[in-house]
Ligand binder design. Structure first.
Ligand code: CP
Ligand code: NVA
Length: 308
């Protein structure tokens, strides 16, 4: 595969292979530092939206392995405004060896991949967030072991880009995926259809509910995300009215499996979708998750660059 645009573009075996490589690169990093497998390689990072984790973890992933990264801010290139996406892709293909893009419209990252001669990684779009899901899967495997088939993953809140990729990685790895979302905020129907096709092959069970309490019964993982994603700011006030019953708080966590882990891709809006008590409590793995972006992305970069 030339690019990394969606979890569903890869087979279960390929996803597992990336996770195995991430485990290996993480071990290597903490033992003696990573080998300089990205020497002479530069990652161009196009951002149409703000970022902490994606920007820093990709930059550091390149540096740890002897490569470099170049940050291109929203104001600099004006993707599709100052210059067409096709032209940006073809110009950058001559300057850097690999691209990562965070865009508003998923179509734009697809166009970048179509026109660039170098690999393109999706660093979040309005449709999905595949790098996040790889770090999440790495975190789940670290907690529950590689033989994690049949695990119950429950997503509570807004059916958004993070939900799409989490649902797809769960289906790929044979985890049962449940989403509890309010009416009007369901996971993307196209993404659900793709998940169902994957689940039919792997034996994963997919369930879509309204009731968060029903959704977390027997859950090994509870996952939530912001109620208002980047680009939806004008809906924030309305969403603050709709979502409070979906808050992940101590009461909801107590209704899940006793060893449940609580996940959030961050940034968290504390005491909105996730209480301080839970975010900083014994079930939370939110910082391990954030740190695993580094290792999961090293594996993605390594495979796309043919460096491992
Ligand atoms: N989770 C995540 O992608 O964080 P950033 O928006 O800070 O990159
Ligand atoms: N759903 C969130 C994720 C941020 C990492 C957003 O798109 O803003």
């Amino acid at each position: 595969m030339k690019d990394f645009l969606a979890i569903s573009d890869y087979s279960s075996e390929e996803i597992q292979d990336l996770l195995d490589l991430a485990v290996k690169l993480k071990k290597e990093y903490f033992k003696k530092g990573n080998k300089k497998i990205f020497k002479g390689k530069v990652l161009g990072m196009i951002f149409q939206k703000p970022s902490l984790r994606t920007r820093v973890s990709f930059d550091m992933a390149m540096r740890h392995c002897g490569g470099d990264a170049l940050y291109l801010s929203p104001n600099e290139i004006g993707l599709g405004k100052r210059e067409s996406i096709a032209d940006v892709a073809r110009v950058l293909s001559g300057y850097v060896q690999i691209l990562m893009a965070r865009v508003f419209d998923h179509e734009h990252v697809l166009q970048l991949a179509q026109w660039s001669e170098i690999p393109v990684i999706n660093g979040l779009s309005d449709y999905n967030h595949p790098c996040q899901a790889m770090a999440d899967a790495l975190t789940v495997i670290e907690k529950f072991g590689k033989k994690s088939k049949g695990l119950n993953v429950s997503y509570v809140g807004d059916g958004n880009n993070v939900t799409t990729s989490l649902m797809h990685v769960s289906a790929q790895l044979g985890w049962n995926f449940t989403a509890a979302t309010p009416e009007g905020y369901d996971p993307n129907p196209k993404a659900v259809q793709i998940a169902e096709e994957i689940a039919a092959k792997t034996g994963s069970r997919l369930t879509f509910l309204r009731d968060p309490h029903e959704a977390v019964k027997g859950a090994h993982v509870i996952y939530t995300d912001t109620w208002t994603s980047m680009g939806q700011e004008e809906e924030a006030a309305k969403r603050e009215q709709v979502f409070p019953p979906y808050q992940v708080n101590a009461k909801l966590v107590s209704e899940a499996d006793k060893d449940v882990i609580v996940m959030h891709c961050l940034p968290a809006h504390r005491n909105h979708e996730l209480t301080d008590e839970v975010a900083d409590g014994p079930h939370s793995v939110i910082f391990q998750q954030a740190h695993n972006r580094l290792h999961a992305q090293k594996a993605i970069l390594a495979r796309l660059l043919g460096a491992a």
